[in-house]
Design a binder for this molecule. Structure first.
Ligand code: MUC
Ligand code: MG
Length: 371
């Protein structure tokens, strides 16, 4: 269905986290949501969101750069234009704006939300149709303190909210990190899947040493142990160890996925709408992975509810062998939606209804938006 985009508005919304979230390259005390409202000529409004992690420490686009790319370059390009769908929108954006996939993801999301509302269909239906309306969700233990992480993990297990955990390591020495991970694994027990994310902090030699110990200690998955540019190193590790490698920073787009798989990588790809440029673009990577026999995992850029739901619509259309980590809203003290998502029994429910299926609380948006 063709939509004419009339205007775009963008806000930066700062929301504190429930506790410090420590990654190898940054500690987050707050998350910034770049929120986009797309108004279309038929009176339909679509909403999109882009987040990054730790300012400029995760990727090349800061929240401020995302807002600037949208307001200065993307809005003049698409406003007043008609698009038959996301393919035409992406074509236009990619022809005139290089990179900036986080900003493009917010616009692609807003367009899908508007199109779904205009058609009376959920976004998942526009993406091929949901295979399920409940998706598995793990939780990341990243307080920076082993005992606090164990207590948090045990509480969430007892509450039945999560049964799988990811640990953030790489900021400290290898021995400290391995002790930390194995203590948590031992405390949570054999039944509980524990994975680690190194966020590129190790070199290949350290990774070989670290993975040997983590594999022996029962860690289930090792995410992005070495820098994103070391494609050959990641292939080597994936072939050398039985504990699977989850490629995250190394696979942003379908092109990265193709290069890694054709080089001999075996393991898992983390899909993220921000890395690829939107839900449709992220699914292109999913389809390359499926063709190559690489397993899938639904990744987060620690989005609020809007970005999380946009991702869930996409993830619901493919089989996620390693589940998802779409817990972003639970890490934030508040959000800008009318109804929070339902997280329970290690799963989240995909909202129903036209478009993304969520309503924005505009008073809250104004309350948290930067002036
Ligand atoms: C990442 O690199 O995976 C996802 C979950 C989490 O705690 O941090 C992010 C980033
Ligand atoms: Mg990661």
């Amino acid at each position: 269905m063709t939509l004419t985009i009339e205007s775009l508005a963008c806000w930066l919304v700062d929301i504190p986290t429930i506790r410090p979230h420590k990654l190898s390259m940054a500690t987050m005390g707050c998350q910034t949501l770049a929120i986009v409202r797309m108004t279309c000529a038929n009176g339909v409004t679509g909403w999109g969101e882009a987040t990054t992690i730790g300012g400029m420490s995760y990727g090349p686009e800061s929240p401020e750069a995302i807002k600037s790319a949208i307001e200065t370059y993307l809005a003049p390009l698409v406003c007043g234009q008609s698009f038959s769908g996301v393919a035409a929108l992406a074509d236009k954006m990619n022809a005139h704006v290089k990179g900036n996939t986080f900003a493009k993801s917010a616009l692609e999301t807003a367009f899908l939300d508007a199109q779904g509302k205009a058609l009376g269909q959920p976004v998942s239906a526009l993406l091929g149709g949901a295979l399920t309306d409940r998706l598995p969700v793990l939780w990341t233990l990243a307080s920076g303190d082993t005992q606090k992480d164990i207590d948090e993990g045990k509480r969430l297990l007892a509450e039945g909210r999560h049964n799988t955990f990811k640990l953030k390591i790489g900021a400290r020495g290898l021995d400290v990190d391995v002790r930390h991970a194995l203590a948590i694994k031992a405390a949570l027990g054999d039944e509980v899947s524990v994975r680690v994310d190194v966020n590129q902090a190790w070199d290949l030699t350290t990774a070989i040493k670290g993975m040997t110990q983590l594999q022996a200690g029962g860690i289930d998955l090792v995410e992005q142990p070495i820098p994103l540019w070391d494609r050959q190193g990641l292939i080597t590790l994936s072939q050398r160890f039985t504990v699977p490698i989850l490629a995250d920073e190394a696979v942003a787009t379908s092109h990265d996925g193709y290069a890694l798989a054709s080089g001999g990588f075996t393991g898992v790809y983390a899909l993220k709408i921000a890395k690829a440029g939107g839900p449709v673009q992220a699914l292109k990577l999913a389809h390359v992975a499926q063709a190559a026999g690489v397993a899938l995992y639904g990744g987060t850029m620690l989005e609020g509810t809007l970005g999380t739901v946009a991702s869930l619509h996409a993830w619901s259309t493919v089989k996620m062998q390693w589940g998802t980590e779409m817990f972003g809203p639970l890490l934030l003290k508040d959000d800008i939606v009318v109804r929070p998502l339902d997280f329970s029994q290690g799963e989240v429910t995909l909202p129903q209804g036209p478009g993304l299926g969520i309503d924005i609380d505009e008073d809250k948006l104004r309350h948290y938006a930067r002036q």
